[in-house]
Design a protein around this ligand. Structure first.
Ligand SMILES: Cc1cc2nc3c(=O)[nH]c(=O)nc-3n(C[C@H](O)[C@H](O)[C@H](O)COP(=O)(O)O)c2cc1C
Length: 165
C-alpha cells in the first residue's frame, strides 16, 4: 500500500467516527480533519480518501466549504482518490450524500485515478449528486437511519479498495 491518508470534515462527529473506523480497518493510514489541513498535507500522499457529510440540503459540510478550494493547489497526477460520506437518505432523499459529488466534480479532471464506486441497490433514496455512471462515486454511510449497516458497509468497501491503494 502506498502512503495513504484520510481527510474528513464533520460537524457533529459522524464522519469523524467513520474516518477512524476506516483507519482501523485499513491500518497504516494518517487521518486529517480538513478544518486544519493544507495542500502540503495532501501532496505528501499517494492515496487520498476524502470523507464529507452533506448539510443544508445538498451543500458541503462547512469545513469542506473552505477546504475544497485547497484542492486546486494540489497536483493530483499519479494519485489515487476514494470518497466516503455520511448522509440521511430518509430526511434528505433528493440530496443524499451530495457532498461526494461536489468534491468529485471539482477534481474529476485533475489527473487523479478514482476508485471505490458503490452500487445503489442497497440504498433507498430518490436522487444524489454523487451518482456517476449509475453508481455512487464513493461509499455512502447513513448513521441517522442505518447505523447497524455501517460496519458491514465499511468492511466490504475496504475489501474492494484495499488492493488498489
Ligand atoms: C439541517 C440538515 C441538513 C442536512 N442535509 C442533508 C442533505 O442534503 N443530504 C444528506 O444526505 N444528509 C443531510 N443531512 C444529514 C447529515 O449529513 C448527517 O446527519 C451526517 O451524518 C452528519 O455528519 P457529520 O456529523 O459528520 O457532519 C442534513 C442534516 C441536517 C441536520
Amino acid at each position: 500500500m502506498g502512503k495513504t491518508a484520510i481527510f474528513y470534515g464533520s460537524t457533529e462527529g459522524n464522519t469523524e467516527n467513520v474516518a477512524y473506523k476506516l483507519k482501523d480497518l485499513l491500518g497504516g493510514v494518517d487521518v486529517f480533519n480538513v478544518d486544519s489541513a493544507s495542500a502540503d498535507d495532501l501532496q505528501k500522499y499517494d492515496n487520498l480518501i476524502f470523507g464529507a457529510s452533506t448539510w443544508e440540503i445538498g451543500e458541503l459540510q462547512e469545513d469542506w466549504e473552505t477546504f475544497i478550494d485547497v484542492l486546486d493547489d494540489v497536483d493530483f497526477t499519479g494519485k489515487t482518490v476514494a470518497f466516503f460520506g455520511t448522509g440521511d437518505a430518509d430526511g434528505y432523499p433528493d440530496t443524499f450524500v451530495d457532498a461526494l459529488g461536489i468534491i468529485y466534480e471539482r477534481i474529476k479532471d485533475s489527473g487523479a485515478k478514482f476508485i471505490g464506486a458503490v452500487d445503489t441497490e442497497e440504498y433507498t433514496f430518490d436522487d444524489s449528486r454523487a451518482l456517476f455512471d449509475g453508481k455512487f462515486i464513493g461509499l455512502p454511510i447513513d448513521e441517522d437511519n442505518e447505523s447497524d449497516l455501517t460496519d458491514g458497509r465499511l468492511a466490504k468497501w475496504v475489501n474492494d479498495i484495499k488492493g488498489q491503494l
